[in-house]
Ligand binder design. Structure first.
Ligand code: ADP
Length: 523
């Protein structure tokens, strides 16, 4: 281990020991091959954090780098920051925006090799660049594949070109011959190159290398640029200082979750039309992707085409299933079992399909959570909603019908992940499907009301009444305004009883009476 790195570890040892959870970090280090399972076993029997640091001090630079990368993967950004300054030298140039990378030698080699130059407006992504370089380092020893995967426009190609723009990699101790394949869709392409060479490829499909042989490494470009990097791009395009940007700038970056493609597309437009901040933000909010036209360096006419291309390669039946995801709420993560109800398929089969979506960068998975939770990127969801705008009602109805079919013997009652989804969102789907009868009877059903208030707390229930009451009828809203204060009471009042005191010719009364009769008949 380099002296600098060692003393850095020693300096921050105490802080690291206090804050880290070694088991996750060790998983990454084992998969990077810098730590053995035996070593992990030993550490598990001791004071884990201290033992892990002890071991690191005896290891080499690669272990330090892998430790650093695992801190980042596990979101210990502060700790990673402490170690960053002293990352062993072959990888750290990326942080210094590198006089090294710009040497004419490097430029010549890369341009002869057909590697594209940096885009005119460029921001560095040092952690990602380091991860790719680290993987390339592994290829030295053992020919094989490094896959850079991520959704359309996440910056894979730019990142990949940047990773090889490095003197140390193409010259001297680390030099290697390397074939770079950009934007690969089909594994038959890879088969042609399955000849024991070193390949770096970008793709949206994570599992592309499943069918070829040799060592395989991967780097996911999962999240967008952080806010400051996004702002930096807009500032560079518009030739302004980042702190002098109008307030819309931040909203634009947030709205597209830092997607490098979208931020750059809008930056390029603003360069020509500097008075249109507000207009482009509105376009983005209203999902008018078609008008956010292409920037010259990008292959797709517009963002929507880029998204559509990803979906088009799915087999027909999976494309239909993907469409069903249109009904999800933003930022909501769901377990496979919910979709197993929606699609009427075995949970295992659902997991396989979801994995395919994840591999094609059409869906994200939170694998720290057991069971795994799946979710869409905001842009993907916006795209789906835009594409299926005319079918929203029927897509939501499908959810409700499938739920009713699955739970025909009674609603879910436990607090597990799958049930929670239904308890939380069934009313939402009914409302969007315009199924007001169903919504009425659910909101007056004693079982439902008591389960929901027990499991989610009364606030959620009240929220349902307020939010969805408005799509029922005027009488319901009157009922709510007269009785709202009682909903604050604990235990939660019997809404059917309250509703029975409404005028007898009202729909509220009729619905409550139905429920009451139902109760007597079922005892
Ligand atoms: P992908 O290969 O993931 O589809 P690209 O690497 O082609 O995405 O990037 C798409 C666009 O996003 C680029 O044309 C560029 O305008 C912008 N972009 C990507 N990465 C960066 C970056 N680091 N700095 C500035 N712009 C970037």
């Amino acid at each position: 281990l380099e002296e600098r790195a060692r003393s850095c570890l020693l300096r921050f040892r105490h802080r690291l020991e206090q804050d880290i959870k070694p088991s996750y970090l060790m998983d990454h280090m084992i998969s990077d091959g810098v730590m053995t399972v035996d070593e992990e076993e030993k550490i598990r029997t001791k004071d884990q954090s201290a033992a892990l640091l002890e071991l690191l001090l005896m290891k080499d630079n690669r272990a330090y780098i892998s430790f650093y990368n695992s801190l980042i993967k596990e979101s210990y950004d502060d700790l990673a920051h402490l170690l960053r300054e002293d990352l062993p030298s072959i990888f750290c140039e990326a942080h210094k925006s590198s006089s090294d990378s710009a040497t004419s030698y490097v430029q010549t080699v890369l341009s002869e090799g057909g590697v594209p130059q940096r885009p005119v407006v460029f921001v560095s992504r040092p952690e990602l660049v380091n991860r790719v370089r680290e993987k390339l380092y592994w290829l030295q020893k053992d020919p094989g594949w490094v896959t850079v995967f991520g959704m359309a426009g996440s910056g894979k190609s730019v990142l990949t070109a940047e990773a090889v723009r490095h003197h140390g990699l193409i010259e001297g101790e680390y030099h290697l011959s390397l074939l770079i394949l950009d934007d690969i869709w089909d594994s038959t392409v890879l088969k042609a190159f399955d000849i024991h060479c070193r390949i770096l490829l970008t793709t949206r499909n994570r599992s592309l290398t499943d069918s070829v042989s040799g060592a395989k490494y991967e780097v996911g470009v999962q999240s967008g640029l952080d806010e400051n990097k996004g702002l930096e791009i807009l500032a560079l395009y518009t030739k302004m200082k980042p702190h002098g940007l109008p307030e819309e700038a931040r909203s634009i970056v947030r709205e597209c979750k830092g997607s490098p493609l979208v931020v750059s597309l809008i930056g390029a437009l603003l360069k020509d039309n500097p008075n249109r901040w507000c207009y482009y933000l509105r376009q983005l909010q209203q999902k008018q992707f078609k008008r956010i036209r292409k920037s010259s360096s990008y292959d797709y006419d517009a963002l929507d085409q880029a998204m559509a291309a990803s979906i088009e390669v799915l087999p027909d039946e999976h494309r239909e299933l993907y469409k069903d995801l249109t009904v999800l709420e933003k930022d909501i993560k769901i377990p496979a079992k919910v979709l197993s109800v929606l699609w009427d398929l075995e949970p295992e089969e659902v997991e396989d399909i979801l994995q395919e979506f994840v591999d094609k960068s059409l869906l994200f998975v939170d694998s720290h959570h057991k069971p795994y939770l799946y979710y869409l990127h905001d842009l993907q969801l916006d795209f789906l909603v835009e594409q299926n705008r005319t079918q929203l009602e029927s897509l939501h109805s499908k959810v409700v019908r499938q739920y009713q079919q699955h739970y025909r013997d009674g609603p879910p009652t436990s607090g597990d992940e799958e049930c929670l989804y239904w308890i939380r969102f069934l009313t939402y789907h009914m409302a969007k499907a315009n199924l007001s009868q169903e919504l009425y009877s659910l909101m007056f059903s004693l079982d439902w009301v008591s389960t929901k208030s027990q499991i989610m707390g009364p606030a959620h229930l009240i929220n349902d009444y307020v939010e969805y009451g408005s799509i029922l009828d005027k009488e319901f809203q009157e009922f709510l305004s007269q009785n709202g204060h009682q909903l604050e009471e604990r235990p939660f009042p019997d809404v059917v009883q309250l509703a029975l005191s409404q005028p007898h010719n009202s729909e509220v009364y009729r619905q409550a009476r139905l429920q009451a009769q139902d109760r007597t008949s079922t005892g």
